[in-house]
Design a protein around this ligand. Structure first.
Ligand code: GDP
Length: 365
């Protein structure tokens, strides 16, 4: 699963993407990975890993990762094939979440494609292109599904009804993620349509460097926040230029620099964690003297499938999972003490994994 970075030209996408790829992953954890130039694999910062490592003193710490894709070139008219329009829309179709970078910084030297700084207008420009693309998808689907209703099958009649509802709302400029659906069945059907405006979005407000400590004072960000809130999305402020500078520093210089500008951690960390979240991911841990490791699963994954992330044998021969929550483990101080205190639960194959579970899987070989 990947998060795609989109936005109008000159808003700071490449600056942000380059900062992300510089932070990157520890190369030792990705030894055989060849990645395309516009894809960046990035460690997800998670303070829990260090706490687990302090307990276990492992040889290795392995982070969860997120993949970012740089999708440059989206301009007004993309859905009509302007610029490299259709190609970029198809890149967006391949990602699972959208990181939408919006310019909220003023800089006379950097031209804005629409002259003035106006984040809501910019977001709507891109949103409109995605809506046009979705309308095309819906119209094609509607035509096909209408033919199918001739068989009298209720399923298709229902689908036509949903498709027409979506079409109406799209025509009113409403993205699909803002629409409400009656039940799970409807939502499952909508998912299969693979619509661009149904993908979760995180708005990144690219602000000036002198605003990072009080981004609320940025005169553009509040209108963007209100816009995002109405569709249930979030905005995070970032100064891409500063993030690029931080990413260039050696670890030893980083702390001093952050202290100097008055922040605890790079804004990128928050961005990466949010991207992980909107992709629908949660983390479970395995922790021992060899390695402490964060594993990525989607929400509502059951124990055997989580075990399968580690090795397919673990899933096939699954017997049970011995689980302690991260908080309980920290409270106990060690896995041995957690066992003595009865904090380690034995969970079966129906157990739904929770974020922060520290797990040992038992399985038959
Ligand atoms: P893209 O076209 O969206 O990929 O934008 P770029 O990342 O190439 O940035 C366009 C220009 O804006 C470059 O000259 C960047 O150095 C500059 N830029 C990016 N982020 C910021 C920022 O936070 N503040 C200021 N002042 N300039 C920035």
């Amino acid at each position: 699963m990947q998060a795609g970075i989109v936005g109008l030209p000159n808003v700071g996408k490449s600056t942000l993407f380059n900062a992300l790829t510089k932070v990157g992953v520890s190369a030792e954890n990705y030894p055989f990975c060849t990645i395309e130039p516009n894809v960046g694999v990035v460690d997800v910062p998670d303070h829990r890993l260090q706490i687990l490592a302090d307990m276990e003193h492992p040889q290795k710490i392995i982070h969860a990762t997120v993949e970012f894709v740089d999708i440059a070139g989206l301009v007004r008219g993309a859905s009509k094939g302007e610029g490299l329009g259709n190609k970029f829309l198809s890149h967006i179709r391949n990602v699972d979440a959208i990181i939408h970078v919006v310019r909220c910084f003023e800089d006379e030297n950097i031209i804005h494609v629409d002259t003035t700084i106006d984040p809501v207008r910019d977001v709507e420009t891109i949103s409109l292109e995605l809506i046009f693309a979705d309308l095309e998808t819906i119209e094609r689907r509607l035509e096909r599904t209408k033919k199918m209703t001739k068989s009298g099958d209720r399923t298709y009649i229902k689908q036509v009804e949903i498709l027409e509802r979506i079409k109406d709302e799209l025509e009113n400029g409403i993205p699909v993620r803002k629409m409400s659906f009656d039940n799970n069945e409807e939502m499952e059907f909508v998912k299969t349509l693979d619509l661009l405006t149904y993908k979760p979005v995180l708005y990144v407000a690219n602000i000036n460097e002198d605003e990072i400590l009080d981004s609320e004072n940025n005169k553009y960000i509040n209108s963007l926040k209100q816009y995002a809130e109405r569709e249930g999305s979030e905005v995070i402020p970032i100064c891409a230029k500063i993030e690029a500078e931080i990413a260039d520093l050696e670890d030893s210089e980083k702390l001093a620099f952050l202290k100097d500008i008055g922040i605890e951690e790079p804004g990128l960390n928050k961005l990466i964690r949010k991207a992980y979240q909107i992709l629908g991911y949660i983390t479970f841990f395995t922790a021992g003297p060899k390695e402490v490791r964060a594993w990525t699963i989607v929400k509502n994954t059951k124990a055997p499938q989580a075990a399968g992330k580690i090795h397919s044998d673990f899933e096939r021969g699954f017997i049970r999972a011995e689980v302690v929550s991260f908080d309980d483990l920290v409270h106990a101080g060690s896995q041995i003490r957690a066992r003595e205190l009865g904090l380690i639960r034995s969970e079966g194959k129906e157990y739904i994994m929770q974020d922060g579970d520290v797990v040992v899987f038992r399985f038959n070989v």
